[in-house]
Design a binder for this molecule. Sequence first.
Ligand SMILES: Nc1ncnc2c1ncn2[C@@H]1O[C@H](COP(=O)(O)OP(=O)(O)OP(=O)(O)O)[C@@H](O)[C@H]1O
Length: 234
Amino acid sequence: MAELAMQATALVKWFGEGDARTVAVQGVSFDARFGEMLFIEGPSGSGKTTLLSLISGILRPNEGTVMVEGRDIWSMTSDRIADFRLNKVGFVFQDYHLFPRLTTVENVAIPLILKKNDWDKSIDEAMEYLEIVGIKDRALLPPVKLSGGEQQRVAIARAIASHPDILIFDEPTASLDGETGRKILDFVKKNILTDKRCIIVVTHDNRIFEYADRIMTMEDGRVIGFEQGGGREE
Ligand SMILES: Nc1ncnc2c1ncn2[C@@H]1O[C@H](COP(=O)(O)OP(=O)(O)OP(=O)(O)O)[C@@H](O)[C@H]1O
């Protein structure tokens, strides 16, 4: 079996207290393996976003552990947790979160600059990631001049600039038409998924389930099942 990139055990997260308490995640355990594309699906409000925040070092669980490289991330100091967020996890958000006043290449260079790299070197390196995602010719344009699929690629280039072990996509196809969505998933599976990385995709879009290696289904803050996905390879 492939090596584990992350192992979550008995995670619990609630918001509010007393009568106002909502238990968003109620005892969730799962692992993510290097080289796999793991989909997390479930109805709105089932706890998917909260779970992602717990495993990516954004939100501290009330109970449970998130083991990465043999350590519970939540037992680390806040500096180490910040380091984990910056270096081990990448996010591609549904609405891309690109900065409109920066050029495409500057958007991709942001994580490199945050790591205190030299500006020119960061731009050069960002160009390499734009080449990987196939839109180097768009480097000097602002994101608003790009199509939805191209903006998604910018977000992917920015996410992989940190060389994350765990790359998380939140509803990657929600703003794309069916064909562009499938093209993006094909591309990600062929070019972004490696045997040293795992990709977690949160989605409602059953048109793309064929790309999953495993599909985890959530309901009311709990995992109600795992299925093998199509594991599609072109
Ligand atoms: N910051 C918060 N404060 C209070 N309740 C919250 C908070 N964040 C989430 N919740 C509640 O926790 C539950 C799970 O929400 P969550 O956003 O994790 O679900 P989801 O499956 O990601 O939903 P969606 O698909 O709509 O994004 C919901 O009942 C939600 O209202």
